[in-house]
Design a binder for this molecule. Sequence first.
Ligand code: COA
Length: 308
Amino acid sequence: MSTQDPIECRILTGFYRLPFARFTTPYTNRRCEHEAGMTMIGASIGGRPVGLAVFNFGDEAESASLESIFVDPDARRRGVGRGLLKAVHSTLVDMGAANVAGTWFHDAPSAGPVERLLADSGWSEPVSTAMVHHCGRRFLEHVDRNNRAARLPAGFAFDSWANLSSDEITRIDELQETQEITPGLHPNGESMLPASPKTTTVLRHEGDIVGWMIHHELKPEMLRYSSLWLRPDLVGGGLGISVAIESARRHLALADQIPRLFFMVMENNHAMHRFIARRLQPGIDRSSSLMKSSKALLAAAPTPGLPG
Ligand SMILES: CC(C)(COP(=O)(O)OP(=O)(O)OC[C@H]1O[C@@H](n2cnc3c(N)ncnc32)[C@H](O)[C@@H]1OP(=O)(O)O)[C@@H](O)C(=O)NCCC(=O)NCCS
């Protein structure tokens, strides 16, 4: 690879993806295999793979998301990142995307270079959109120690995801429609990761499922506390918190096998931020801001009567 060789960027399909797979996570590689909207763009110099950008743009979406961008340390500061972003932008314009957004953690080692690269390519000023809290056994013990066993009102009971019948899982799917549950809060909002069967906790009322705290298995040693949902007419009586606490207790029982967890709270969820500060802070190991930046892709339509 000489410094004179041009940077070549192209969309990768099938086995052409393999030499680039090391530039992103196993999770993103799996998503690229299974999700139609995921596209990989590889950068090479003199035939050698040097970088990868991955974006997601679904059929019905206006907005695309940049899922990952990485340049081989040996090939940095030579315009590869800029070239990858240019290829992402032009591919997305051809696909009809109106804009593209990307997220990263403020304290990631790569945060500075990524921010400067995006600014260099005309992306917006980054803003914090959510806090992600990383925790371990200390958090689970803190929750267990500081909360009494839930005394559920008559007719309510906790159950494990593992105990749900296939009929009940179908009924949960139906709830998504009838209760207008946003995909992020619904168990099906996550297509690639299994729900942790023993720690994911559902709330039943007279047998019906009326709430849940879903834990997804991100890695063998780590759960993501993904979604706390309660039927809207039950919100406000403390039942949601009881489901979350019960799920943490079930997790504590398995903490030797699954010692880590994280959960995300959107920036505008002020009540939850206050609750965390008051009741959970001592158990949290590290909190990171999830930063977001975006770029409009479609040029504004020319004003009628003016030269285009
Ligand atoms: C961020 C990253 C993709 C940049 O790739 P790159 O090929 O080095 O970037 P480029 O050479 O195209 O840089 C373009 C511009 O971005 C800015 N920039 C990029 N890296 C920078 C750095 N380390 N410091 C300051 N500015 C930087 C500069 O403005 C640069 O222009 P210039 O070199 O003319 O000054 C690369 O550093 C990287 O892969 N980092 C790790 C990212 C990561 O961990 N990704 C995984 C999670 S998504």
